[in-house]
Design a binder for this molecule. Structure first.
Ligand SMILES: C[S@@+](CC[C@H](N)C(=O)[O-])C[C@H]1O[C@@H](n2cnc3c(N)ncnc32)[C@H](O)[C@@H]1O
Length: 311
């Protein structure tokens, strides 16, 4: 049974978004609306908030906000929705991404995200489209499986290969405990460093939902939507997505990449974002909400320079 989602780094992320009363803000990952509600509380009558989520159940959780004329909910993947906004010529003063899953999703066995209780091997954030975790696990070759586990779950290569072989040997996998049993048979239970199934389930989920591809496209849309001085705030939960966001921002800080022997800069480096601070949750938040433990908040401020390809 889903019991609710406790927003991570709520105050610090809304402070980094710094919404002024008349601002247009986007919450690209509405979830249970914890961040959206605090943002709306700080907006005046002329402000607006677009909440986005690809999970159809998030739309139901947004229903109590639909009466608020400042609020609009858009159901869909954030990269598609943000690019549609770019094409409509819309702008934003602040955009938030609170990545990963909500507790509503993790705690519902029927969604297949958790090995704690048995459920179908689904793992799609939007169960209306795409292929399921079972489709992927039952059809991918052992090499592809091992690559996904090590790239998206930071699973050591040898371990990833052993789990991949076990998956192939035990096919077809149907329920979450089938995948969990593969992990137990291949790598056992490690006391130190946590349960290895965590990273395996994470890797499969990232692949099934094309999380890194979607995030990369969404950040490029955010670059175009944000007005000069606009704030980008991203809360990441694992190294793959954190690396992607860090590289996106640092690649747009305008650092000159000319060979040192050149007397003047010819690479045309322009600062498109100014990097903000990186914030992690307090010890108290981690104690009260262990799901916040791996969270890392990255912020950046848009300059007036045109986006990377100049469009
Ligand atoms: C950590 S939760 C957000 C929680 C929210 N900030 C709150 O306070 O309740 C992440 C949400 O983002 C959604 N999500 C993840 N990737 C998405 C994508 N590519 N497009 C749209 N929504 C996405 C998930 O469905 C999930 O509901």
């Amino acid at each position: 049974m889903a019991v609710g989602h406790r927003p991570v780094m709520l105050e610090s992320s809304v402070a980094a978004l710094g919404p002024a009363p008349e601002d247009s803000v986007v919450d690209a990952t509405f979830g249970g609306g914890g961040h959206s509600r605090l943002i709306l509380a700080g907006l005046g009558p002329g402000g607006s908030l677009v909440g986005i989520d690809r999970d159809p159940e998030a739309a139901e959780r947004a229903s109590d906000l639909m009466e608020d004329p400042r609020f609009e909910f858009v159901s869909g993947a954030y990269d598609r929705v943000l690019w549609a906004m770019v094409e409509e010529g819309r702008t934003a003063d602040a955009i938030l991404f609170d990545l990963g899953l909500s507790s509503f999703q993790v705690d519902e066995p029927g969604r297949g995200f958790s090995y704690v209780r048995e459920g179908p091997l689904d793992m799609r954030m939007d169960p209306r489209s795409g292929t399921t975790a079972a489709d992927f696990l039952n059809t991918a070759g052992a090499g592809e499986l091992a690559r996904v586990l090590s790239e998206y779950g930071d699973v050591p290569r040898g371990e990833a290969r052993r789990v991949a072989r076990e998956v192939v040997r035990r096919r077809p996998l149907v329920v979450t405990t089938d995948l969990y049993d593969c992990v137990r048979a291949a790598v056992g239970w490690k006391e130190k460093g946590g349960n290895p199934a965590n990273r395996i389930f994470q890797a499969v989920r990232v692949r099934v939902n094309d999380e890194l591809g979607s995030l990369s496209r969404a950040l490029e849309a955010a670059e175009r939507l944000l007005v000069p001085g606009g704030r980008l705030v991203v809360i990441t939960f694992h190294s793959g997505e954190d690396r992607l966001v860090k590289r996106f921002i640092s690649g747009r800080e305008g650092r000159c990449v000319c060979p040192p022997e050149l007397p003047v800069c010819v690479c045309g480096a322009r600062p498109i974002f100014r990097r903000g601070e990186v914030v992690t949750p307090s010890a108290r938040e981690v104690e009260e909400n262990p799901r916040s433990a791996s969270a890392r908040l990255r912020a950046a401020i848009r300059t007036a320079e045109p986006p990377v390809d100049g469009t």
